[in-house]
Design a protein around this ligand. Structure first.
Ligand code: TEU
Ligand code: CA
Length: 554
């Protein structure tokens, strides 16, 4: 039996930028509550909300200081409970974003741990002696610089794979693990329906803390802690201790620099670990030699090939993918993969079809449903993200000019997706009556939810159809994925069932293309979704044209 959630669509909310209900310039829980009808109307099933726990916000909430408290800038625990209740009334389920690889250094555990070598909480974190005057290993933080830092109290270094104010937890410590499971159960008891688990494949650090000697762009230590030796043991334990006690809990793991083989293990049902995984390989197709902070063109051939390799691999191993092009860490997909100046609607809907008809569970990132674009920041003062601010210096130290650096940030910064949701064309895009914590995108007068709603070519209405189709068209869930070789500009695949199949054809380019031979008239062909309102199979694909064709054998 296939799980019901496989038909679901999940909507990601970045609360800080979703909707501000009290004019302090920061989105909040009451803001989400006031927009629940908008979300229910879109047809999505789950809301994944990025962290709202108490936090100093050095990494926008991914630095948790108290797992049991809501940060006051978002509201109160009562607001949260109200959100869960009201969401449920509208048929929307809630997925918490949970960060258990690290905590904020302001978490009470760390505040205790740093005091001295014998503190009860010392072993909650990972401490090592330095090598003379240098760090224990040459591992690099994902946000730039060394992955080790010291506190003034002792001589030892603590590990931080992200910012130095995010200390990595020691999963070897059973007591810590029990605390984490207890906390996760506490949220489930409150009625939340699932978890998105932040960088969850980094929990198990290998026992040897050695220098990374790989001679490539990624000699940053990741091989010592990615998909580490005990990771499956930990996730199986978490499943037994947490998820299994609350049947129906949906889990999605965020997997950093992982492999298909590992992701099969994480998600195949018999392993009892997670329901689905996010991987990022297909979002590195505009990196230069694996380097994100570069200005390279999208390699569409590689994009197709990576998606297909993962589809085939995960299907063969009985794993399950989370399908996405956008999230709060990525630039806006429409700015990145299509030409939105000329073909905003066509480009956005083509990407939507391309992803949603694959095998897996699709995610929509806030604003994607009406085609939000990058904000086009031009000054370093406009950026808020620690990673962007760090790299402003790092890149210039590497020899890039200031202009080159700002251009790379404009294309790659995570702030691209973190600007206020553009609700309408009034001041601040209708997000706040105050001063927004980050500038609103320069394009908000034309690109906003209200404008889209009025338009004859509404991206949101197209998403509604696509989301509804997942419920009625079971081949989208069960059909076997088969890649079809075509011209580089076209991406085509089948989802094969017993006597029916879906043929998906998308034109990745802004030029017309001859339609591949596969769309012939053998059997019964019916177009079930088209972003050009096609009724009959066309002889030529228009710019960014996308079609789902249902073929029925006679
Ligand atoms: O991100 C994990 C992660 O490794 C990236 O997506 C990261 O943002 C990227 O490598 C930087 O180029 C998760 C969260 O989604 C992200 O927002 C957090 O900052 C990070 O974990 C730390 O908790
Ligand atoms: Ca607010």
């Amino acid at each position: 039996m296939n799980a019901q959630w496989k038909k679901s669509t999940i909507y990601q909310i970045y609360p800080k930028s979703f909707y501000d209900s009290n004019g302090d310039g920061i989105g909040d829980i009451q803001g989400i509550i006031s927009k629940l009808s908008y979300l229910a109307d879109l047809g999505v099933d789950y809301l994944w909300i990025t962290p709202m726990y108490k936090s100093p916000q050095y990494d926008n909430g991914y630095d948790i200081a108290d797992y049991y408290a809501i940060d006051p800038m978002y509201g109160t625990m009562d607001d949260f409970d109200e959100l869960v209740t009201k969401a449920h009334e509208k048929g929307l389920k809630i997925m918490m974003d949970i960060v258990v690889n690290h905590t904020s250094t302001e978490h009470q555990w760390f505040q205790e741990a740093k005091k001295d070598l014998t503190n009860k909480y010392r072993n909650y974190y990972i401490w090592k002696n330095g090598k003379g005057v240098s760090e224990p290993t040459n591992w690099q933080s994902k946000f730039g610089g060394s992955a080790w830092a010291k506190t003034p109290e002792t001589e030892e270094y603590y590990l931080h794979l992200f910012d130095e104010r995010q200390a990595d937890l020691n999963w070897e410590n059973e007591e810590l693990r029990k605390e984490i499971y207890k906390m996760m159960r506490w949220w489930l008891e409150k009625g939340v329906n699932g978890f998105r688990l932040d960088v969850v494949n980094l929990l198990s650090k290998s026992h040897d803390f050695k220098d990374d000697t790989l001679e490539n762009a990624q000699a940053d230590g990741r091989k010592y802690y990615t998909d580490g030796p005990k990771i499956h043991m930990y996730l199986q334990e978490m499943n037994r201790e947490v998820f299994a006690k609350f049947p129906g809990t949906l889990t999605a793991g965020e997997m950093s620099s992982t492999t298909i083989e590992q992701c099969i293990e994480y998600t195949k049902p018999e392993n009892k670990e997670l329901d689905m995984v996010f991987n990022f390989h297909h979002l590195k197709v505009d990196y230069l030699k694996l380097e994100k902070w570069s200005n390279a063109k999208v390699d569409y051939k590689q994009l197709k090939e990576l998606i297909c390799t993962w589809q085939k691999g995960m299907q063969t191993g009985n794993g399950w993918n989370a399908l996405f092009l956008s999230n709060h860490d990525q630039p806006r997909a429409i700015s990145r993969f299509v030409n939105p100046q000329k073909y905003h609607f066509e480009g956005a809907t083509m990407l939507a079809i391309m992803m949603s008809a694959l095998q897996g569970t699709p995610y929509i990132y806030q604003g994607e449903e009406f085609g939000m674009l990058n904000p086009e920041f031009t000054e370093i003062s406009e950026y808020r993200d620690i990673e962007a601010i760090n790299h402003y210096d790092i890149l210039q130290k590497k020899g890039f000019s200031k202009d080159e650096t700002l251009e790379i940030l404009r294309l790659k910064s995570r702030d691209n997706s973190r600007t206020p949701l553009q609700w309408n064309n009034t001041q601040n895009a209708g997000f706040t009556t105050g001063i927004p914590w980050i500038n609103v995108g320069k394009n908000y007068r034309n690109i906003n939810a209200a404008e889209d709603e009025k338009s004859a070519k509404s991206i949101r209405k197209f998403y509604q159809k696509l989301i509804a189709l997942r419920k009625t068209e079971s081949l989208l869930m069960t059909g076997e994925f088969e890649y079809i070789q075509t011209a580089p500009e076209i991406f085509a695949y089948n989802r094969i069932g017993v006597d029916e199949q879906l043929l998906v054809i998308v034109n990745l380019s802004e030029k017309g293309q001859p339609i591949p031979i596969i769309a012939d008239n053998i059997g019964m062909n019916e177009i079930i979704l088209s972003n050009y309102r096609q009724v009959d199979i066309p002889s030529k694909l228009m710019p960014y044209e996308a079609l789902i064709i249902k073929k029925t054998k006679r």
